[in-house]
Design a protein. Structure first.
Length: 162
């Protein structure tokens, strides 16, 4: 059986920008304590890691899709150098007002990943930092853990495997 985990990006892997602002380029992407170690731990324990992230700055015209994709390319390169395997990054480019099906708290990105990669979403854990992550995970039928602002991804994923 595949072991799959969903992770939110901003607030779980990297430092979250203040509300209404965004991580607009790689130089502003700051890993949180325990993030790299947590990703390594998941990779070593054969988890397929999916990143699930809202990026409304695109829809709001505050950043471009290309900028987000460059950040993600740099993130994936950094992970690869660290021996971390990320299966795929899903992101919603829509603004808050667009009422799309992919923007969390709706479960669209989670359901899309499960359909594309053929796994039982009820066996997946989703780690996020925002109530919208919890709502999306609950709506998709997966176990959801909310990380506190002073949380540490490594400690959370280690506790999952005990």
């Amino acid at each position: 059986m595949k072991k799959v985990i969903f992770l939110d990006r901003d607030g779980v892997i990297n430092k979250k920008a203040p509300r209404g602002d965004y991580v607009r380029d790689w130089s502003k992407f700051e890993f949180l304590p325990g993030a790299i170690e947590g990703l390594k731990f998941l990779t070593k324990n054969d988890y397929e890691i999916f990143i699930i992230t809202n990026q409304p700055g695109i829809g709001r015209g505050m950043m471009t899709k290309d900028a987000v994709e460059k950040i993600h390319a740099n993130f994936l390169d950094h992970c690869k150098k660290e021996g971390i395997t990320i299966k795929k990054i899903y992101y919603c480019p829509h603004s808050w007002e667009e009422n799309c099906q992919c923007r969390k708290p709706k479960p669209g990105m989670l359901l899309q990943a499960a359909a594309e990669y053929q796994f039982d979403i009820t066996k997946v854990t989703f780690i996020g930092d925002d109530p919208r992550d919890k709502e999306a995970g609950d709506a998709a039928g997966c176990r959801t853990i909310l990380m506190k602002s002073d949380g540490n991804l490594l400690k959370i994923v280690q506790s999952l495997l005990q």
